[in-house]
Design a protein around this ligand. Structure first.
Ligand SMILES: Cc1cc2nc3c(=O)[nH]c(=O)nc-3n(C[C@H](O)[C@H](O)[C@H](O)COP(=O)(O)OP(=O)(O)OC[C@H]3O[C@@H](n4cnc5c(N)ncnc54)[C@H](O)[C@@H]3O)c2cc1C
Length: 484
């Protein structure tokens, strides 16, 4: 049982651009690059250029509009910690935040049974402790929640934004997987909840992922709020009426950000300290180059080691990180077996091998809060077809044929639907992460300490955590530590 109280280490002051007219290059027009460009402009920086290799803004916030409905293929959900995102949505008038109906958890492949995440927690606990009943189970889960919250606060204190660097004693105590952390603190009653709010979101199986990642993502506020039963219209998990890509596009448009699409940065050469950087990028004219004073890089840092010659220590840190893949496929099918809710988590598939279907979401029903199991009126296009986004997680880059075979099999055999047709598929490198032992060295905070040292800031999901809330909060912290 851990009860270590950790004194908070303040974040260091960091270096940044020398003056408001410095030329600043940002690599990547995903959420972190667009948000940083907007915040710099707000602070009076006048010469910020964003280079983007794709022909669209948004990176992993990608929305496909199909059959008059926005289908989010990447970023989709917010939870109660997303206050900074809520402020951006309101400020830039980027649509409405709508309640996301709760998921149906499928626990038996041969006999489809749909249960809630809380019921799944109790079911898992019964597997570990046969004397737990459906009557005693809920209070055991609530007790574990309260103890988790107490433990979290004792170890990390109360904080907003990036978790402050844990003290060495706490880091050594959590040099383990999240599952080991739960078991050693008698918190196994939360496994079913974490399956829904962590594993299915692609943030790792509890028995594989560093305890620190679990503790970063599942904050006391998040856990407390998702556990409170809510009417469908009051659910704390929200989705965006126009999709997530629209938010970043609007921020770029309304702030007249200088974004160069279809312009992959191929190489960055560090000139003398005063002269800054030479950025070589490709556009429709071929390879071009431009000098900049300050560099901000957002893509997964391990991929940038080929593009930028980082100093040896930084390079070594970035090369230690790795990712899995989360593939999303937009597909049509008619209605087969389904529960009441438009979101399904396939519990039994998570333990199977690669490419199994982990989850699916019917965007039209989700956005319209249709929780009756079927459309009552013809959906867009007039047919009674369901268009869903399916999620398949793999460790390595998945093969398209295998993804299609497993997805088709799922739709036809498990859902017992027909008229299956794939509309769009994206294989996303997902959740750049460090091993359990690297995390226990405090590597995320070591990276933060190196910000600005060589006139470079490293931002985006790979330097902290794969969520738009975390990348926006990281940007805000960086600017605060620079501007103070
Ligand atoms: C399937 C899926 C579901 C998700 N669901 C959620 C969710 O529900 N909630 C949530 O908060 N988050 C979610 N996320 C995570 C969220 O989308 C990411 O954390 C976020 O997009 C990270 O932003 P970023 O700017 O760091 O990186 P990215 O979005 O990856 O943007 C980086 C950009 O850099 C560009 N780039 C790369 N190399 C170069 C180069 N050499 N030159 C120029 N440009 C380059 C890329 O094209 C990209 O546009 C999800 C992601 C996926 C894939």
């Amino acid at each position: 049982m851990m009860n270590q109280t950790c004194p908070q280490t303040p974040f260091p002051k960091i270096k940044g651009p020398r003056c408001k007219h410095d030329k600043i290059a940002i690599i990547g027009a995903g959420p972190s690059g667009i948000h940083m460009a907007y915040r710099l402009k707000e602070e009076g920086y006048t010469r910020v250029t964003v280079f983007e290799k794709n022909n669209y803004i948004g990176g992993k916030s990608r929305t496909i509009n199909y059959r008059e409905t926005p289908h989010d293929m990447g970023t989709v959900y917010t939870q109660p910690d997303y206050t900074e995102i809520y402020k951006l949505v309101e400020k830039f008038n980027a649509g409405d935040l709508l309640p996301m109906p709760q998921p149906d958890v499928w626990v038996d492949e041969n006999n489809p049974t749909f249960i809630t995440s809380l019921q799944n927690s109790i079911r898992i606990l019964q597997g570990l402790r046969p004397n737990v009943t459906t009557v005693t189970g809920p209070s055991i889960v609530i007790d574990a929640t309260l103890r988790y919250i107490g433990l979290h606060r004792a170890m990390f204190g109360d904080y907003r934004g990036m978790m402050p660097r844990p003290c060495p004693a706490v880091l050594s105590q959590i040099n383990m997987t999240f599952g080991e952390f739960l078991t050693s603190n008698n918190l196994d009653a939360l496994r079913g909840l974490f399956f829904s709010i962590q594993t299915i979101q692609g943030y790792g199986k509890v028995d594989e992922i560093s305890a620190l990642y679990g503790l970063i993502w599942v904050t006391p506020n998040f856990l407390a709020q998702v556990l409170v039963p809510a009417l469908p219209s009051e659910r704390k998990v929200k989705i965006l009426s126009k999709g997530f890509q629209f938010l970043w596009e609007e921020i770029a448009r309304q702030n007249k950000l200088n974004v160069r699409l279809s312009s992959p940065v191929r190489n960055v050469v560090r000139l003398s300290k005063k002269k800054g950087f030479y950025v070589a990028y490709k556009d429709k004219h071929g390879i071009c180059g431009e000098r900049f004073d300050f560099l901000i890089t957002t893509p997964e840092m391990s991929t940038m080691t080929d593009v930028i010659k980082f100093d040896a220590q930084t390079q070594e840190m970035f090369l230690k990180s790795f990712h899995y893949y989360y593939t999303t496929t937009l597909a049509d099918a008619d209605f087969g077996i389904k529960g009441a809710n438009p979101q399904d988590y396939y519990y039994y598939n998570v333990e199977k091998g690669d490419e199994s279907v982990w989850a699916s979401r019917d965007s039209y029903s989700s956005l319209n809060l249709l929780i009756d199991g079927n459309y009552t009126v013809p959906n867009p296009g007039g047919q009674q077809l369901k268009t869903s986004v399916y999620y398949q997680l793999t460790e390595g880059k998945p093969k398209r044929q295998t993804l299609t075979r497993k997805l088709r099999q799922h739709v036809l055999s498990t859902e017992k639907a027909s008229n299956f047709k794939i509309i769009k598929r994206i294989r996303w490198p997902y959740f750049p992460r460090y091993s359990v032992s690297d995390m226990a060295t405090g590597i995320l905070w070591d990276i933060f300490d190196r910000q600005g040292l060589h006139n470079i800031w490293y931002i985006g999901s790979s330097v902290y955590f794969e969520s738009v809330m975390n990348i926006v909060e990281y940007n805000n912290l960086l600017l605060k530590q620079f501007l103070q």
